[in-house]
Design a protein around this ligand. Sequence first.
Ligand SMILES: [Mn+2]
Length: 435
Amino acid sequence: MRHVVATPVITPDQIDASNARLEAEAVRDYAHLGEQLARRGVDIEDILADIMAFKVAVPSWGMGTGGTRFGRYPIAGGPNNLFEKLEDCAVIQQLTKATPRVSLHFPWDKVKDYDELKGFAASLDLGFDAVNSNTFQDQAGQSLSYKFGSLTHADAPTRQQAIEHNLECIEIGQKLDAKALTVWLGDGSNFAGQSDFTRALERYLDSMAVVYAGLPDDWRVFMEHKLYEPAFYSTVIQDWGTSILCAQKLGPKAQCLVDLGHHAPNVNIEMIVARLAQFGKLGGFHFNDSKYGDDDLDAGSVNPFQLFLVFNELVEAKGRDPQCFDPAYMLDQSHNITDPIESLMMSVNSILQAFTKALLIDRVALRGHQDGNDPLMAHATLKEAYDTDVRPILKIARLRTGAAIDPLGVYRASGYRAQKAAIRVTQGATGGGIV
Ligand SMILES: [Mn+2]
């Protein structure tokens, strides 16, 4: 029972001392931006309220340093088990107050006692978000291999094993008050002719219908598409088209999950977001960024304008359907050369910046320019919002929620990782999966 109460992480004093130094300047900058926005007819306090309410989940598997197929560079003080990963998640929540929930991945995150896990998380001010199943690799002691597929495998017993794993994930998730299951599978083929596209998808739908039937009333299942990898010729759920067809076939609790890195290069992802939202099928989001493929780089680090355009669609969709539009937001990144805590805090900041800027778009003017066939002014309306320096709003949001005005500065000054390096002696295989 050594994990029942968490050890203190960064003390409130450390945050307060830093905020005391930065507060006066932040308040002045906020007041100045407030004046500028008022001239544009925007009440900065309305924007601030939305930013303070925005939450994004962090992935347990993102707390360990990731790697590539060429290798991995562990950092001293990295987490060795789920409890240590939760301690790291707690630091991000403590310093940003925007990440109160953690997404778990099974069987990686299996523990003996889920009540203990829940209590430990609660003592760190953390809860749990969507649970993720894993049928893209074989586990020790697993009776049937997923080498040639899982939910779409040609053999019924292998499909059944994958179905049962997903049902077990739902069962565990219920113990942790999660409300959604995310299913990404690597099923596909490496050779033309290896797999019958149609029969593979039929098997997927049959398997997912059983998983769907196992969902509690207030749960949803998110289907995460991905163009390629680990299968390099064809993937069963390769894009949003296949995903939405399956979601429509399965029923209202089935929705699509958009991982920003799971598309072909240059695909118009914001348009996919709009389409899925229009048909009530945008269930969740995995934020990251990419240059070439499923790079799992930090959100907003390569293409912050795309992130802004995605949030433009999310704000638009929320405006159309404020009651029902409620996607599950999560970060899904692999941190290969940075401290995952630092990367995730920077990513939260990028996401909040994109969201804030999207909230500043003058939607009445935009619609007028769209309907009046004035492409230049329509685009200029977006750029007016995008070019606004919204950092003062994020700083005041953090100040008012009890987070750190400067999360990275407080984290670096705290020496958290060095302290953990003295305690966390071993460095096990806790690498982030790329999902
Ligand atoms: Mn993902």
